[in-house]
Design a protein around this ligand. Structure first.
Ligand SMILES: [Zn+2]
Length: 366
């Protein structure tokens, strides 16, 4: 199998990065289509249009309606086309960014992605998650290319609620362990090839950065400030984890996350919060050494990621065993990334791993 690494062409990060967006947009286009939701537009609209003007880039701004649906993608693509825009800029959270990628693909234009939060590793990737107008999951759009530019203004990201940054750490926590498993199993990654040394090294750097900087970054954002640790965590959550998951592979942690989405009780949780618990369950599943499990548990407890079923919103009841079995079965569905583990995985094994991870988490907390 060939090794494949894919990534955005440019990754730009720092305080005030958005005020340089004109300079980088000019390299791709003279006339650009900009989308953001109402809230984000009121926050950054002026700074973005000023920077574009400074670099002689004309623009058409449009408000994103909040859902990355086929209808919204069509509506905005039509506006972009009728205005003869030469590139698309998406600024905001995951749905805005996914919509910007979809418009750019539909109109065959370059795309600039500027996240205002660091809660997942999706921004750098070559895919969008589609929802129906009612907000239900509708499928994935896969693109032949990653975004041309991912631009992170860390001053804005550091001002977002701390729980979002911590959820991003949960998503990033899985990256190394899933890459390690996928690589041992010699399975293809999301990039469509074998794991490279580069992919694995970035995934490992992602994990090491979380352990070294995560707690400090969480405290800084709680205090409403940005520090070098916050900068390092934003890079780990977004770039390292992004390249890691796409080019080094997904395995049990994300499949177990997908399993938990079948439970109503878990709908209030962020993606990365469920992924963090999925990571603990994966480590149990592969019988990882105590030392490794303890390091991960310590990290989760320090930054505030869930380590027990109760913290996921699941109370001990007669029905709990049945619910966890449902989660285990869903995580082993055909096509799930749990089949990238280096051994055959059954729902019974996943059930046992979740229950054992919960017990170890409880032991750690009390
Ligand atoms: Zn993820």
């Amino acid at each position: 199998m060939l090794k494949v690494i894919q990534s955005p062409s440019k990754y730009i990060q720092g305080p005030g990065a958005l005020s340089h967006i004109g300079q980088y947009t000019k390299m791709l286009a003279d006339h650009v289509f900009v989308i953001a939701d109402n809230f984000v537009m009121s926050l950054i609209g002026d700074a973005v249009s000023k920077s574009l003007e400074e670099h002689a880039v004309t623009s058409h701004f449009e408000i994103f309606n909040g859902e990355c649906s086929r209808g919204e993608i069509k509506r905005l693509s039509d506006i972009s086309a009728s205005n003869q825009c030469q590139a698309v800029i998406g600024i905001g959270g995951g749905k805005t960014l996914d919509t910007a990628k979809a418009i750019a693909h539909a109109c065959r234009l370059p795309v600039i992605i500027s996240p205002t939060i660091a809660s997942t590793d999706a921004p750098t990737s070559a895919l969008s998650v589609l929802y129906t107008e009612l907000g239900e999951f509708d499928g994935y759009l896969l693109y032949p290319q990653n975004p041309n530019i991912v631009l992170m203004d860390t001053r804005i990201i550091a001002k977002a609620p701390v729980r979002l940054l911590v959820a991003g750490m949960g998503d990033a926590l899985a990256t190394y362990f899933e890459a390690r498993a996928n690589s041992a199993a010699h399975k293809p990654t999301m990039a469509g090839g074998a794991t490279s040394n580069t992919g694995l090294a970035l995934a490992k750097l992602c994990y090491d950065t979380l352990l070294a900087e995560g707690y400090k970054a969480k405290l800084a954002v709680e205090a409403g400030v940005s520090t070098p640790a916050v900068e390092n965590i934003i890079e780990a959550n977004t770039y390292l984890s992004g390249i890691g998951f796409e080019s080094a592979g997904l395995a049990a942690a994300h499949a177990i996350h997908n399993g938990f989405t079948v439970l109503e009780e878990c709908h209030h949780l962020y993606h990365g919060e469920k992924v963090a618990f999925g990571t603990l369950a994966q480590l149990m599943l592969e019988n990882s050494p105590n030392e490794e499990l303890e390091t991960v548990l310590d990290f989760c407890v320090q930054v505030g990621l869930p380590v027990t079923l109760e913290q996921l919103g699941l109370r001990d009841s007669e029905k709990l065993h049945q619910k966890i079995m449902e989660v285990a079965k869903a995580s082993c569905a055909e096509g799930e990334t749990i089949h990238n583990m280096p051994f055959k995985v059954t729902p019974e094994q996943v059930y046992a791993a979740i229950m054992a991870a919960d017990r170890m988490g409880m032991d750690w907390l009390y």
